[in-house]
Ligand binder design. Structure first.
Ligand code: G1P
Length: 272
């Protein structure tokens, strides 16, 4: 199974830092944030990660390409641990497709339809780090229990925050798992069907990819992945894994990025 990481956004919340550096390349402790997301995909059973990039963000491709000259220099100076880290980043099985126009998350995912073909696939949004790499594995288990159903991760948030997210309507079927009946992207608080918000980890059927081909612009005038998920419910089942705030660290704003750096630093030191 492949894992898609959409990474073609403009990173406007981080300007001017992201004027020349893609927001996915901002550092969390010792590596760019997107490297954690790539590693999570690979640790969770994905055999390849496909980054949906914009053509301007070449630094992401450079990061995942081999750097033999840099590696050799580091080794000649006895810096083997750093050389190993450089080698590791350049050897991760990552490929790229391109989103040439910023038409929304659904459009970005659709740009990978040729590489996905008729297989289920993961989507991992790059704004969040899942440090223990267990979320996608649990989602796959839930999918397997329900004949290959679609599965998404959802996070309960205070009602005042729901309008920033995709929100599900559904019913609990077991502890921590809901069956989804409807999804709505960025509803006003009064119209939100629950406080369970789409978190940024998805296990989706190839039918979702097909539906994206004819998706129309939705919230914010963008082609929304959430709308294709809502559309697929007429034909297929979807389950939602309810996660804990401690399961994922957000990096989507300057404030949460700083906080995540501190939390990951503490975590990595505790592990040593
Ligand atoms: C996207 C999705 C939304 C989801 C959110 C999670 O929105 O469209 O459904 O809840 O990611 O971060 P964005 O943050 O790109 O506006």
């Amino acid at each position: 199974m492949k894992a898609l990481i959409p990474a073609a956004g403009m990173g406007s919340r981080f300007l001017p830092a992201t004027k020349a550096v893609p927001k996915e390349m901002l550092m969390v402790v010792d590596r760019p944030v997107i490297q954690y997301v790539v590693e999570e995909g690979l640790a969770s059973g994905a055999d390849e990660v496909v980054i949906i990039n914009s053509r301007e963000k070449k630094a992401i491709e450079d990061h995942f390409s081999p750097s033999p000259a840099l590696e050799a220099t580091l080794r000649s100076r006895g810096k083997d641990a750093r050389a190993d880290a450089v080698h590791h980043a350049g050897a991760l099985p990552v490929s790229f497709v391109y989103q040439d126009e910023p038409l929304g998350l659904g459009h970005a995912v659709r740009c990978a339809h040729d590489v996905i073909g008729n297989e289920p696939f993961f989507v991992l949004l790059g704004d969040v780090i899942v440090p223990d790499n267990k979320m996608l594995v649990r989602m796959k288990e839930i999918s397997d229990q329900h004949d290959g159903a679609n599965v998404i991760a959802v996070l309960p948030v205070p009602m005042e925050q729901v309008s920033r997210f995709g929100v599900i309507d559904g019913a609990q079927v077991e502890d921590g798992v809901w069956k989804v009946n409807r999804l709505v992207e960025k509803p006003p608080m009064e119209q939100a069907p629950s406080n369970l918000t789409v978190f940024g980890r998805y296990l989706l059927s190839p039918r979702v990819m097909e539906l994206l081909a004819s998706a129309k612009p939705g919230a914010g005038g963008e082609i929304q992945l959430t709308d294709a998920l809502d559309a697929v419910l007429k034909e297929e089942e979807m389950y939602a894994l309810v996660i804990d705030p401690e399961d994922g660290f957000d990096t989507g704003t300057v404030e949460t990025w700083l906080d995540t750096n501190n939390r990951m630093y503490a975590r990595m030191h505790a592990a040593q």
